[in-house]
Ligand binder design. Structure first.
Ligand SMILES: Cc1cc2nc3c(=O)[nH]c(=O)nc-3n(C[C@H](O)[C@H](O)[C@H](O)COP(=O)(O)OP(=O)(O)OC[C@H]3O[C@@H](n4cnc5c(N)ncnc54)[C@H](O)[C@@H]3O)c2cc1C
Length: 552
C-alpha cells in the first residue's frame, strides 16, 4: 500500500530484484568470454536469472536474519554436536551445489574430458551466488578447494571424491557413506596462532602403525572451524614427525559420531548465515594425508583455491552494492533532478564502477590461470597473482561498499536492504585464508625464492601495456620496487598494491572501453593521491561508465 493516513510513499527506488546478474553485468560477461569460459555462457545466463530473482534475495535475507544455532546436547543431556540452520540457508546450498559450484573445477575427475574454462565458469557462478547469499559460499569454496589435497592420498580420494563431485546437497546428519553428496571443511586455526600454523598444539597419535592413509587419534582444539556440519574436515595436527594434514570425518566407519565437541559458535560481524565453530577434538579419529610432517604442503593447494574464491567473492559483492547504488540513484530525485544526473554523484558512481570492473577483470584473469596450470605463463600468474589479487580486491571492497552504501542515503545503512549486510560481510574475505600482510609476505616469498616467476609476469605485463605512458611509468616504478632490496619487507604492501593496479590497468587498457581504461589509469596509476571516491574524473564521460556498469 502506497497510501497512509498522513502521507503517500513516493520517490523511493523500486527494489533491485528480478534482474539477471549475468546479462546485466557487461564486465562479467566480457571477462568470462575473454578468459576462456565462453562455452558456459548459456548456463551462466540461466544461473544469473536464478541468483538475481526476488526469491533468491529473500532467501539471502532470511538465512542471515535467522543465524545458525548450536545444539550441543539433546533434551536428556547426551551430546549432539549439531548446528541447525534456517531452511533458507539449505536452499542456498541446494542452488549452489546443483550448479556444481562446490566441485566443478574438478568435473574432469568424474571420468569426462577436461572442461575448457572450468574455473572461469565456476568463478562466474560463485560471483553470482555470493550476491544471492554470501555465508553459504564458505563450505562451497572449501569443498571445491579440498579436492587437490584429498587427491594426495589415493584411497581417501577414492572414497570421498565421488561424494564431493556429486551435485547433490544432502543436509542430513548421517555418515557420508549413506549420502550421495558431501561437503568438506577446514580446521587449521588454533587459539595461539592462525597464520603461524606451525604453532598448532593439537596432537595426533597413530592408532596403529601410522603413515600415509593410516588412522590417528587427535586431541586438541580449533579456535575457528567454519561450516561445522560439513561431512569431513581437513585438519592440521602435530604427529610424531611434525605438523601433518588429516581428513577428519564427522562419523566413524562403524557409524558412530566422531569426537568433535563444539564449544560454541562465533558471534560474527557479518557472515552470519554461516556457522563458525570453536571445537575440541577429544580423541577424534582422522586419517593422514601424505607423509607425516608434510601438513603445510598438503593443505596449501586447498588454501590457494580458497584465496581465488575470496577475490571472486569480494568482486561479486562489489558489483552487487554498485548495482544497487546505480539503480537507486536512477530513481531517486533530489532537487528536481535524478541523483544519477547530479554531476557530483556521477563522479562517485563512475569512480566506484572503475574499481568494480578492475576487480572483476583481475579476478577472472586469475581464474583463467587456474585453468591452464600446464602453461608456464599461467602457472607464474597463478603463483604470483593469487596473493596480489586476493590482497587488493579484498582490501578495496569494504571501503567500496561503504561508499556505495552512502549513495543509498539512510536506506543504505538499514538492514532491510542488502548494502548494510554486504558491508558487514566484506572484511572477512581479507582476514581469512591469509590476511593482508600475509599476502604481501607471500608475494615477497615468490620474489626471493622464484624470481623467474616474477619476471614472467612482469614481461607479460610489459608486452600488454603497449605504448600507454602511464602504464609504462608505473611498470618502471614496480621494477624499481622489485629490485630495491632495502626495506623490502616493510614495502610489501606498496609492492602488492602497485602490482595489482598495474595488472588491472593493463587488462583494462587491452580489453575495456577507452572511457573505463583511461579513467582507471589516470586516477589509480597516475594523478593526485586519493583517499576517497568521487574525484579526479573531471571531463570523463561518467554517464558511459555508469551505463556500462548497469545498463538502464
Ligand atoms: C569468520 C571466520 C571464519 C573462519 N573460519 C576458519 C576455518 O573454517 N578454518 C580455519 O582454519 N580458520 C578459520 N578462520 C580463521 C582465519 O583463517 C584466521 O583468523 C586468520 O588466518 C588469521 O589468523 P589469526 O586470527 O590467528 O591471526 P594472526 O595470525 O595472529 O594474525 C594477526 C594479524 O597479523 C598479521 N601477520 C601475521 N604474520 C605477520 C608477519 N609475519 N608480519 C606482519 N604481519 C603479520 C596478519 O596479517 C593479521 O593481520 C576463520 C576466521 C573468521 C574471521
Amino acid at each position: 500500500m502506497n497510501e497512509f493516513a498522513t502521507h503517500e510513499v513516493f520517490n523511493q527506488s523500486p527494489p533491485f530484484e528480478d534482474v539477471n546478474l549475468f546479462t546485466t553485468d557487461r564486465a562479467l560477461m566480457e571477462a568470462v568470454n575473454r578468459e576462456g569460459g565462453g562455452s558456459a555462457v548459456r548456463r551462466l545466463t540461466a544461473f544469473g536469472e536464478v541468483c538475481g530473482s526476488a526469491a533468491a534475495f529473500e532467501r539471502g535475507r532470511l538465512a542471515n536474519e535467522h543465524p545458525p544455532r548450536l545444539k550441543p546436547f539433546d533434551s536428556k543431556g547426551h551430546r549432539l554436536d549439531v548446528v541447525e540452520f534456517h531452511p533458507a540457508y539449505h536452499e542456498c546450498m541446494g542452488v549452489s551445489v546443483a550448479e556444481g559450484l562446490h566441485c566443478s573445477s574438478w568435473d574432469h575427475l568424474a571420468g569426462g574430458k577436461p572442461v575448457p574454462g572450468a574455473n572461469v565458469a565456476r568463478s562466474a557462478g560463485c560471483y553470482m551466488a555470493i550476491q544471492m547469499e554470501a555465508g553459504h559460499q564458505c563450505p562451497i569454496t572449501m569443498t571445491n578447494a579440498a579436492v587437490p589435497t584429498l587427491r594426495l592420498q589415493p584411497e581417501i580420494a577414492q572414497a570421498w571424491l565421488p561424494k564431493v563431485l556429486a551435485r547433490v546437497y544432502d543436509k542430513s546428519f548421517r555418515p557420508a557413506s549413506a549420502k550421495r553428496g558431501a561437503t568438506i571443511g577446514m580446521g587449521m586455526t588454533e587459539k595461539q596462532g592462525g597464520t603461524d600454523v606451525r604453532a598448532n598444539t593439537t596432537k595426533a597419535v597413530p592408532a596403529a602403525g601410522g603413515g600415509p592413509g593410516a588412522e590417528y587419534i587427535l586431541t586438541g582444539h580449533k579456535w575457528f572451524m567454519s561450516a561445522p556440519m560439513c561431512d569431513a574436515f581437513l585438519v592440521l595436527a602435530q604427529a610424531p614427525k611434525g605438523l601433518s594434514c588429516f581428513l577428519m570425518p564427522r562419523f566413524l566407519p562403524d557409524g558412530s559420531v566422531n569426537a568433535l565437541h563444539f564449544q560454541r559458535l562465533k558471534e560474527k560481524l557479518g557472515n552470519r548465515s554461516n556457522a563458525s565453530s570453536e571445537v575440541e577434538f577429544r580423541g577424534a579419529h582422522a586419517w593422514l594425508i601424505g607423509e607425516e610432517g608434510r601438513g603445510v604442503p598438503g593443505i596449501i593447494e586447498m588454501v590457494t583455491g580458497t584465496r581465488l574464491d575470496c577475490a571472486v567473492a569480494s568482486a561479486g559483492l562489489m558489483r552487487l552494492v554498485l548495482a544497487n547504488a546505480v539503480h537507486h540513484c536512477r530513481h531517486r530525485t533530489v532537487f528536481q533532478k535524478k541523483l544519477a544526473d547530479q554531476p557530483l554523484m556521477g563522479q562517485v558512481l563512475a569512480d566506484l564502477a572503475l574499481d568494480a570492473e578492475a576487480a572483476t577483470a583481475l579476478a577472472f584473469r586469475l581464474s583463467r590461470s587456474f585453468d591452464r596450470a600446464s602453461d608456464p605463463h599461467a602457472a607464474a600468474w597463478r603463483r604470483l597473482m593469487t596473493p596480489v589479487t586476493k590482497y587488493w580486491i579484498c582490501k578495496l571492497a569494504p571501503a567500496f561498499a561503504y561508499e556505495a552504501m552512502e549513495c543509498l542515503g539512510g536506506n543504505g545503512y538499514i538492514e532491510d536492504g542488502v548494502a548494510a549486510r554486504v558491508y558487514r560481510e566484506l572484511p572477512v574475505n581479507a582476514i581469512w585464508e591469509g590476511s593482508g600482510n600475509v599476502m604481501a609476505l607471500d608475494l615477497l616469498r615468490v620474489l626471493q625464492r622464484e624470481p623467474e616467476t616474477v619476471e614472467i609476469v612482469m614481461d607479460d605485463l610489459a608486452a600488454t601495456a603497449g605504448g600507454d605512458t602511464h602504464l609504462k611509468a608505473h611498470l618502471a616504478r614496480v621494477h624499481r620496487l622489485l629490485h630495491e632490496p632495502r626495506f623490502l619487507e616493510q614495502r610489501g604492501r606498496a609492492l602488492t598494491e602497485s602490482l595489482a593496479t598495474l595488472a588491472a590497468g593493463t587488462i583494462l587498457r587491452a580489453h575495456a572501453p577507452a572511457s573505463v581504461a583511461d579513467a582507471f589509469i589516470a586516477t589509480r596509476l597516475a594523478g593526485a593521491p586519493r583517499q576517497t571516491y568521487g574525484h579526479g574524473l573531471d571531463g570523463v564521460d561518467t554517464r558511459a561508465i555508469i551505463e556500462r556498469a548497469l545498463p538502464a
